[in-house]
Design a protein around this ligand. Structure first.
Ligand SMILES: [Zn+2]
Length: 453
């Protein structure tokens, strides 16, 4: 290779994993990483955080939806300050932001880590009593003997790979709040780690804790330009190695059928009578059964009717479409249009039919620079964690943020059976998440150029 070609390759490859690997200094030996100590910090933080009741609510449009989230936000702001974070702010929405200034001789981009404050609506988050089951040796973990509540590899398959791990559960009456207090604990332990180890070189690190993820309302209030990060990762995923870089493309549809019911049904024959309820029901029946939520999985999208409402002569059918690619979502739009046109053809006495589609959210993959996902994969591989790229069959805070200008894939945090009283956290997977994030911070420090899409 001649000199010119080599220079060109290096320029093009400033972000390629191998270049990053070659430049990486081993943060573990530089900082004398102590796995047991890190795990203890994670567990101590986590069991404290879950005692804050931060369950969100969908009964209000206020953000945060519950006062408990603000209380938790205050506590986290205090802890951020204690461990040297600068610019620590809690705004009126309960969003906590902070910065760990760069100590790097290079000029790497500002990278952010985010987690959410709230817990799910499905089960209470009040008076959570965490139990730490150390050194799991297989078999049942009794959460509540009275209620006969256990987790085991039969109802929680990932436990089969958790031999020797420390498992944290609730006590049967509440959820645990591992979603997303595992993520909060990982990020806060990262902050303490960088404080305790000033010898570890890193660029500007931004931190944010956001409310109301479970209701999808929190990040709407997030001020992306003021935050000032170039790239972000949410720490809100489940099993070891999980790296979510895709979400659904989402559309909604409304079909309206107008009939004529102002005729006595006893004399409907050969009259202008037209049944809008039957039209809507035919429409629903004609939608493909092999494209329903319960008949699809993996990368296959679906159509779901959410409501059918009749008022006199008018019946309105509302539904959603979910698919990963633009092509597939178009295919499903076509299926719905065909069913709609068929109904129009059969029911020629109906009138003022309409079918409209609206965009809801988009697959974040289209706006994620591939390099930031690759860097996360390299971080995991360097920690002997096989990365598992995952496409979320839903939306995430990260998908919203990505389209607000802050590209944000999601990394695993060690939470399982979420949104249920059988929820648990695996402290060893949390520790692996912390190592991944530390490695990622170290790798980003080698990236002096802004990645291109
Ligand atoms: Zn979550």
């Amino acid at each position: 290779m001649n000199k010119l070609a080599k220079a060109a390759l290096l320029a093009a490859c400033a972000l390629c994993p191998l270049a990053a690997y070659a430049q990486d200094t081993d943060w573990k030996s530089v900082t004398r990483y102590d796995k047991a100590a890190a795990k203890k910090q994670l567990i101590d933080r986590f069991v404290k955080y879950v005692t804050f009741d931060t369950q969100s609510s969908d009964k209000t449009s206020a953000v945060p939806s519950t006062a408990g989230q603000k209380k938790f936000a205050k506590e986290l702001a205090k802890e951020l300050k204690k461990y040297g974070a600068k610019n620590v702010k809690t705004d009126q929405y309960g969003i906590v932001t902070a910065e760990i200034p760069s100590n790097s001789a290079k000029n790497p981009p500002a990278v952010a880590f985010l987690a959410h404050l709230d817990t799910a609506l499905e089960a209470s988050g009040k008076n959570v009593k965490p139990q730490v089951h150390t050194n799991y040796q297989g078999g049942d973990i009794v959460i509540n003997a009275e209620k006969n509540m256990v987790i085991s590899p039969f109802n929680s398959p990932q436990l089969a790979r958790a031999k020797g791990h420390d498992i944290i559960t609730a006590s049967g009456d509440t959820l645990l709040g591992a979603d997303d207090k595992t993520g909060v604990a990982v990020i806060m332990t990262l902050v303490q780690y960088l404080y305790d180890h000033p010898e570890m070189e890193h660029g500007t690190i931004k931190i944010a804790f956001t409310p109301d993820e479970e209701t999808g309302m929190g990040v709407e209030k997030f001020n992306v330009p003021a935050f000032g990060a170039n790239y972000a990762y949410t720490i809100d995923g489940s099993d070891l190695g999980q790296l979510t870089d895709e979400t659904f493309n989402a559309k909604a549809f409304t079909a309206v059928f107008n009939g004529n019911r102002a005729v006595h049904p006893g004399s409907a024959l050969n009259s202008p009578f037209a049944d809008n309820v039957l039209m809507a029901s035919d429409f629903h029946t004609l939608l493909p059964r092999h494209r329903r939520p319960e008949t699809t999985s993996g990368r296959r999208g679906f159509i779901l009717v959410d409501s059918v409402e009749t008022q006199g002569d008018r019946t309105e059918v509302k539904g959603i479409i979910r698919a990963f690619s633009d092509e597939e979502i178009q295919e499903l739009v076509n299926e719905i249009t065909r069913a709609f046109n068929t109904v129009k053809g059969i029911h020629n006495k109906g009138k003022d039919f309409s079918l409209t589609f609206t965009d809801q959210y988009k697959n974040m993959k289209s706006v994620l620079p591939e390099q930031m996902v690759t860097l996360a994969e390299v971080s995991m591989r360097q920690e002997d964690i096989p990365p598992v790229r995952t496409a979320a069959r839903g939306g995430t805070d990260g998908s919203q943020l990505s389209f607000m200008g802050l590209p944000t894939p999601d990394l695993f945090a060690g939470m399982y059976n979420i949104h249920s009283p059988l929820e648990y956290a695996d402290a060893d997977v949390m520790e692996a998440s912390l190592r991944t994030v530390l490695r990622l911070v170290s790798l980003w420090n080698t990236q002096t150029e802004t990645p291109q899409d």
